[in-house]
Design a protein around this ligand. Sequence first.
Ligand code: NAP
Ligand code: MG
Length: 405
Amino acid sequence: MDKIRMKTPLVEMDGDEMTRVLWKEIKELLIAPFVELKTDYYDLGLKHRDETEDQVTIDSARATLKYGVAVKCATITPNAQRVEEYHLKQMWKSPNGTIRAMLDGTVFRAPILVRGVRPTVRTWEAPITIARHAYGDVYRNSEIRIPGAGKAEILFTSEDGQEIRQPVFEFKGPGVVQGIHNLDSSISSFAHACFRYALSVKQDLWFSTKDTISKTYDHRFKDIFSEIFEDYYRKQFEEAGITYFYTLIDDAVARVIRSRGGFIWACKNYDGDVMSDMIATAFGSLAMMTSVLVSPTGQFEYEAAHGTVTRHYYRYLKGEETSTNPVATIFAWSGALRKRGELDGLKDLQVFAGCMEKATLDTIESGIMTKDLALLHEGEVNGVNSRQFLESIAQILKNTAQNLH
Ligand code: NAP
Ligand code: MG
C-alpha cells in the first residue's frame, strides 16, 4: 500500500512521562504505517528543555509561526519537586505559557463524544466548545487587604502626567480591594481568533460577559467583538450560514444547559476557566477533550487537554501495566494532520485524519477501551491497557485505510 505523502512538515513538540510513551506508540501504530510523516521535531521533554536552557521551547514556537501547524505532547511544568527530581538548572516556565505568549493565542476546548458515555446534561447532542481568553483580568490582578477605615481609589497617570481618578469605596472598617486590567489589543486578538475558529468549523459563536453591571470594563469586550464582527466577519458568517450571538453570562449559562450543543462559547478568562471544567466534566473527562491553540494570524497548535499522567508513569516505570487513555493525544495528531492537509490541499491526508478519529471511536463503541472510560461506560465493556487499545484501533484503521487508495 502506498503511504500518504505530506508537503509541509508538522511542527512536532514531544513531551514528558506517560504521554511521551503514548506519543511514540501512536506514531508507530496509527500514523507511520499509513503516512510518510514529515515533521520538524522539537524535544520539549524536561531533560532537553533543561539542556537547552528552554531555548527548544522558543524554537518550537518560532517553527509554528513559520509552518503554521504544530502538534504538542503534554509537558511537565516544573515545580520545586521537579527541580530536584530532574536536577534542573532552573525552575523553567510553563512551555504552554511560553508558546501562548509567542503565538498570542486563544485556547479552544471541545469534548469528544462516544456512544455509551452519555453527557450528564441529557439534551446535549453535539460538543460545546469553550474559547477561553487567556490574558489579564483576575489572573493579573493587584489586591490589597484593607486594614481599617479609609478611602480606596483607582488612579491612572498617563505618560504626560495627566491623572484620571475614580473612587472605589469609603471604608468604615477592614475589607479587601482589587485592581484588574485588560488590553484592547489582547481583546481584539481574542475576538479574531474566535471568529476565525467559528468559520473554520462552521459553528455558531456565542460570547457572554456581564456588561450590564460592568458598564466600562466588560462593555469594552462586547464593543470590540461587535466592531470586529461588523468590520471583518459578518459577510463570511452569512456565507457560511452561521451566526454570532452576544448575551449576558448568566443568560448564556441557562441557554447552554437547555441547548443541544454544537456551538462555540467564547468566555472571558475567569468564566472560561470555570466553564471549561464544568463542560468537560459534564461531557465525560479531560482525556476525552480536544484542545487547540489558535493565533490571530492563523497558526494552529493541537494538544491534549490533560497533563503527563504522572501517577501512571511511575507505575509504568516499575513495570506495572497501565491503562492510560490516549484519545486526546490521538485527536491532537488527527487535528494537526487534517489542518496540514487543508492548508496544503492534500485531500487524502484530510480523509485519513477522519479515519483515525473514526477508528478510535469505533473501537470504544465496540466495547474496547481504557479503564478510565470503562468506569464511565453504560454497556458491556472490556477495559484494556493502552497498547492493546492502540492495537485495536490500528486494526480497524488498516481495514478503512485500504479503501483510501
Ligand atoms: P494529569 O496528568 O492530567 O493527571 C491527573 C489525573 O487525571 C491522573 O492521575 C489520572 O487519574 C487522570 N488522567 C489524566 N489524563 C488521563 C488519561 N489520559 N488517561 C487516564 N487518566 C487520566 O494532571 P497532573 O497529575 O496534575 O499533572 C501531571 C503533570 O502534567 C504535571 O507535571 C503538570 O505540570 C503537567 N501538566 C501538563 C499539561 C500540558 O502540558 N498541557 C497540562 C496539565 C498538567 P488516576 O491517577 O486517578 O487514574
Ligand atoms: Mg481551572
